[in-house]
Design a protein around this ligand. Structure first.
Ligand code: BES
Ligand code: ZN
Length: 932
């Protein structure tokens, strides 16, 4: 993905990572709840002596078990719709033959079954398949089955005239056909160009529950089996699957039959097949595994960066996890049409082009970073997910939260100068706290009953909050104890399945059971939300009392009894405090030293927000200005203040006071977080022209210092983060109409639309800003960028163009841009929409577009998660109660189960925006007027 640095993350994340290309998170300000916490302070305060010393080993207070609500939630997860267990597949022999002209396929499958109970029926998953015959053989017995379907549950049921009996292995043989769909799920077709002609490849995306669209199977993560795959393909195409090719022979119809070696025992969702035209670059990793990156024909140079990352990450993780990567090859393939960002199929990882391909000339610094993260993420799944798989989708976070943590861990090892964990705190941590501040959020371990509910769970809670609580645990346990537990867990459950509790137990067991990991962590994984810690300081006794309450953007609710076991650390100008775990509503720390400033949660490792007494902020602002406090902490203070204002716990004036302390900020990630928060305010006030002018001036002051240092031209050999910083400040300054930036952007733009000169004019990092500046100012530039979109083939650049089109001030062109949502690749339509709704003139138009084209959009995405994404983007910039009513009314009769949670989150966000703006506009105006 490209140029995300100029954009901000959103609140109600769906797919977390593509997601952060979109902008406009916004919330509420409500003062009524201010005293809710105070009134609790006196009730259960407990005093802990906590001198400012060097950190010591952490202690867990073993207290009461997690609340009854937690137990209730665990129980709910039992209620699943799963397949009967009378038979279990041991090995599939599967042959598939796609027809790339007619977009159909036919398949044959022979499954060795273990029979657990006598029965006349065999039920498995099938969706959108036609099964022509089902035969079972058991010893001498050969039975033909009658085939029926249960469409709602996506079952095929074979009924045999006699029972298949327990004990003896049975062989099930099936013949079936299906459609190579264009919905990017199951076995699907993807379009590309070869020598100027349109061509199609056949490829797969099975997670979560679409293997059943390619072949009848037991499509549940815990039903692991061996797969021996064969593909019948045109002779001139590349045929790939998870494993190595064992033979290639000609068929009677002049195609090739490619056979692959049997897979390890694995879940269906990890299987993959591709038939298409590719070039590849390859290298043997130090652990002897052959790694190949498959790229479009003629684009080998775009695969080398990803290859380089993969070659380093695979052995690194093999060593870290203490388990050999069990296959002899690992392929990474770029697919032209791809719904998610990437998919971890064992041995054959598939990617969106923008998540794998890096063009040596046209790609931005941000894209490089993104590719490194995605490559590392999917490789980490080869252990976390593929070798050990979650028992059921309830524990999806075990796959995704972990892979996210490992992805950062690996990239940090490869590129320490990127300070990637710092960026984590802005990106994933922040995204998780935004979504989890909504009432309509959900717990990390979430009950999933049926397939349709799974898609929505690939969100910022599973990924980002999952990763954040792991990071909190790593800090708490220490890296070595954590790794010890991890190795134990992988060893115990390899080639099998596990649940969240298995992980906690492994972590406890491998550390001598001294630590009750489960009790602490359950408070984070079974409860929705997270706490805000409110501090009170008694200066006469030098005691600090900390009280926890659930944080909600809509304000704290006194009646909410949620409590967390919170690892607490603090830092002052004279050193760190001793860590402890807070298990009560309130605790009191006794400090033995005076301090100039005090900050809870150093390094933002705890998943909570902090509300300080007013005068602490003045002290912290001094520390921010003098940089005597570290970058992650500067980031955290600003992020908390900003969000606490939404909840009415801090005034907007205080927010602006604190933000002003960042005018000399020189850390990319800190400024990126400031930028994201300013964007939210900008979205709120977008229709108040006078206020907007004042606000633009304020924002310009935050970014202009770095701009003066960095200018438009990169220096030779400058650091990655410097390039990212330049891109960030220029995109902000152009957004906030900084005269000099705009002028320069207009001046350097190629005259007469000679876009081939762009490479000389500015680096790819600044391209989006250059386009937006010019499109805002001239319709001609709009058409030039539109033409460039059509003529260039690097998808990264295409998306830059698409998003920039939304910045036009010409409403007719904005409408024309929206129409493109229906003509660009389905995978990219949300970029078009997000470009438009980011423009103050476009937010209402974007929503209107979704309403008017709802059925078409729904069909196009077949209800998949990109559909949710479109809904989210279309509503993300809405800010009035009237908008909220409209959203509510519109969705009132839309019953699609897979969008229920998304709609609730969108609606909550719009209402919060409206309330926040109402409550803060007077403060904003006053402060901005008196601080010009
Ligand atoms: N397992 C997911 C892919 C996936 C996502 C399947 C949604 C089904 C539904 C994969 O490992 C993944 O997490 N991909 C991310 C990229 C990653 C770097 C966060 C994605 O697709 O955004
Ligand atoms: Zn993943």
């Amino acid at each position: 993905m490209m140029s995300t640095h100029k954009l901000v993350r959103t609140a109600t994340a769906l797919r977390p990572r593509i997601q952060f290309l979109l902008s406009g998170k916004s919330r509420v300000f409500d003062t009524r709840h201010y005293c809710a916490i105070c009134s609790n302070i006196a009730k259960s305060a407990k005093t802990v002596s906590n001198e400012a010393t060097q950190p010591r080993a952490p202690v867990i207070n073993k207290i009461s078990q997690p609340e009854t609500e937690l137990k209730k939630q665990t129980k709910m997860s039992v209620d699943r719709v799963i397949l009967p267990t009378n038979v279990k597949p041991i090995k599939y022999h599967l042959t598939l033959e796609p027809d790339l002209d007619n977009f159909t396929f036919r398949g044959e499958e022979r499954v060795e079954l273990q029979v657990n109970a006598d029965s006349n029926t065999i039920t498995l998953n099938a969706n959108e398949l036609e099964i022509q015959s089902a035969q079972v053989t058991q010893g001498e017995k050969k039975l033909s089955g009658e085939i029926t379907y249960d469409k709602e549950n996506e079952y095929a049921i074979f009924t045999f005239p006699e029972p298949v009996t327990k004990g003896q292995t049975a062989i099930l043989e099936l013949h079936f056909t299906g459609l190579l769909n264009d919905k990017m799920s199951g076995f699907y077709r993807s379009k590309y160009q070869l020598n100027g002609e349109d061509r199609y490849m056949a490829t797969t995306q099975f997670e979560a529950t679409d293997a059943r669209k390619a072949f009848p199977c037991w499509d549940e993560p815990a039903i692991k089996s061996i797969f021996e795959v064969s593909l019948i393909a045109p002779k001139d195409r590349t045929a790939l699957s998870n494993m190595d090719v064992t033979s290639e022979t000609l068929t009677s119809n002049d195609k090739k039959l490619v056979k692959f070696s049997p897979s390890p025992i694995m879940s269906t969702y990890l299987l993959a097949f591709i038939i298409g035209d590719f070039d590849y670059v390859e290298q043997k990793a130090s652990n002897d595994v052959l790694i190949r990156v498959y790229v479009p024909k003629g684009k080998k140079e775009q695969g080398t960066f990803g290859l380089d990352v993969a070659v380093k990450v695979l052995p690194l993780l093999e060593e870290y996890f203490g388990q050999k990567y069990p296959l002899t090859k690992l392929d990474l393939a770029a697919i032209p049409d791809f719904a998610a960002g990437a998919m971890e199929n064992w041995g054959l990882i598939t990617y969106r082009e923008t998540a794998l391909l890096i063009d040596p000339i046209q790609s931005s610094s941000h894209s490089k970073q993104w590719v490194a993260l995605v490559v590392a993420h999917e490789i980490s799944h080869q252990w976390f997910g593929n070798l050990v798989t979650m028992e059921w989708w309830d524990d999806l976070w075990l796959n995704e939260g972990f892979a996210t943590w490992v992805e950062y861990f690996a990239v940090d090892q490869l590129y320490p100068e990127w300070n990637i964990f710092e960026q984590f705190v802005h990106d994933d941590f922040g995204r998780a706290q935004s979504l989890d501040a909504l009432k309509s959020s959900h717990p990390i371990q979430v009950p999933i009953r049926i397939a349709a509910e799974v898609d929505e769970i690939f969100d910022a809670i599973s990924y980002s909050k999952g990763c954040a609580v792991i990071r909190m645990l790593v800090e708490h346990l220490g890296v070595d104890s954590f790794r010890k537990g991890l190795l134990h867990y992988l060893n115990q459950h390899k080639y099998s399945n596990a649940s969240t509790n298995d992980l906690w137990n492994a972590l406890s067991e491998s550390n001598g059971n001294d630590l009750d990991v489960s009790t602490m962590m359950s408070t984070w994984t079974l409860q929705t939300g997270y706490p805000v810690l409110r501090l009170q300081h008694d200066s006469t006794t030098n005691q600090i009392t900390i009280t926890q309450m659930r944080y909600l953007d809509q304000g704290i609710e006194e009646s909410d009894s949620s409590m967390w076991h919170i690892p607490i650390k603090y830092i002052t100008d004279s050193g760190d405090g001793q860590p402890l775990v807070m298990t009560d509503r309130s605790i009191t720390l006794q400090l033995n030293h005076d301090f100039k400033w005090f900050k809870l949660n150093p390094g933002q490792s705890g998943f909570y927000r902090v509300l300080y007494p007013d005068h602490f902020y003045d002290q912290l602002c001094d520390a921010i200005r003098s940089k005597s406090i570290g970058a992650i902490d500067r980031l955290g203070i600003q992020e908390d203040v900003f969000n606490l204002a939404k909840a009415g716990l801090i005034s907007m004036k205080q927010v602006l006071n604190v933000l002003s302390a960042y005018t000399l900020e020189d850390n990319y990630t800190v400024l990126n977080s400031v930028s994201a928060n300013c964007s939210q305010l900008y979205n709120l006030i977008k229709s108040d022209h006078d206020l907007l002018i004042l606000f633009e001036r304020f924002c310009n002051r935050l970014f202009v210092n770095q701009f003066e240092l960095l200018g438009w031209k990169p220096r030779p050999d400058e650091s990655h983060l410097t390039s990212m910083m330049r891109s960030l400040v220029i995109s902000n300054l152009s957004k906030y109409n900084h005269k000099e930036t705009i002028q320069h952007g207009l001046e350097i733009y190629p005259k007469n639309g000679e876009m081939e000169l762009l490479d000389e004019v500015c680096v790819p990092d600044l391209r989006s800003s250059l386009y937006s500046i010019n499109i805002k100012n001239s319709d001609e530039a709009y058409h030039q960028v539109l033409n460039r979109y059509g003529s260039i083939d690097l998808n990264e650049e295409k998306i830059r163009c698409l998003k920039s089109l939304g910045s036009t001030r010409n409403v007719t062109l904005l409408e024309k841009t929206l129409e493109m949502c229906g003509s660009v690749k389905s995978q990219d339509a949300f970029y078009v929409l997000s470009g438009v709704v980011d423009n103050p003139l476009g937010s209402a138009l974007g929503w209107q577009y979704l309403k008017s084209n709802y059925e078409e959009i729904k069909n196009r995405y077949d209800g998949g998660w990109l559909f949710n994404r479109m809904i989210k983007v279309a509503t993300q910039s809405l800010t009035t109660n009237q908008d909220a009513n409209d959203v509510e009314e519109f969705f009132a009769d839309k019953t699609t189960p897979s969008i229920k949670r998304t709609v609730a989150q969108c609606l909550e966000t719009v209402r919060l925006n409206a309330k926040w703006y109402e409550n803060s506009k007077a403060d904003l105006k006053q402060w901005l007027e008196s601080n010009q």
